[in-house]
Ligand binder design. Structure first.
Ligand code: FES
Length: 170
């Protein structure tokens, strides 16, 4: 299933995790009437809920006294904002030049196999989302990937397998 973010959630029988929309009240109250605060507000909502639920858009717009279409426009424009649930763990594999020449393509293939996901997909249990990025910024230790806030450099097939099997055991 493709979403408006271009992210796909593999079809499954598991519903997305429930979100507690009451956290919105507190965040919106903090920025109430401050139209220029839309981006920090959206970032905060995403930080708390993992994404920006579409049903929150009207409430956010009302709080800032702007149109819902303006909120939607900003969400669509900024690549880091999402309106669909993502995995608990975000895996970003680098496909920049430095990583590519040091086997990045193989690393990406192995990560896909380990997670059973394609780029942009989220696993049915919402454990993982797989993405690729242009450069992680640590080209000297290419090839690289990041899982949440942890960088894994100088990757090779063995290391990739170890990383995912040790995560599976947690
Ligand atoms: S190209 Fe991969 S970290 Fe820079």
């Amino acid at each position: 299933m493709n979403t408006e973010d271009g992210v796909s959630i593999m079809s499954n029988n598991i519903n997305p995790p429930e979100v507690d929309l009451t956290v919105l009240d507190e965040i919106i109250e903090k920025y109430k009437g401050q139209r220029w605060s839309l981006i920090p507000l959206l970032q905060e909502v995403q930080e708390k809920l993992g994404y920006i639920p579409p049903e929150a858009i009207k409430q956010i717009a009302d709080g800032l006294d702007i149109f819902p279409s303006q909120v939607q426009g900003v969400i669509s424009f900024y690549t880091g904002l999402y309106t669909t649930p993502r995995g608990k763990n975000i895996v970003k594999v680098c496909r920049g030049t430095a990583c590519h020449v040091r086997g990045g393509k193989t690393i990406l293939k192995l990560v896909k196999q380990n997670l059973d996901l394609e780029e942009g997909e989220t696993s049915p249990d919402f454990e993982y989302t797989l993405e690729t990025v242009a450069c992680i910024g640590v080209c000297a230790i290419a090839p690289n990937m990041v899982i949440n806030n942890d960088n894994y450099g100088q990757l090779n097939p063995k290391k990739v397998t170890q990383i995912f099997s040790s995560r599976d055991q947690k």
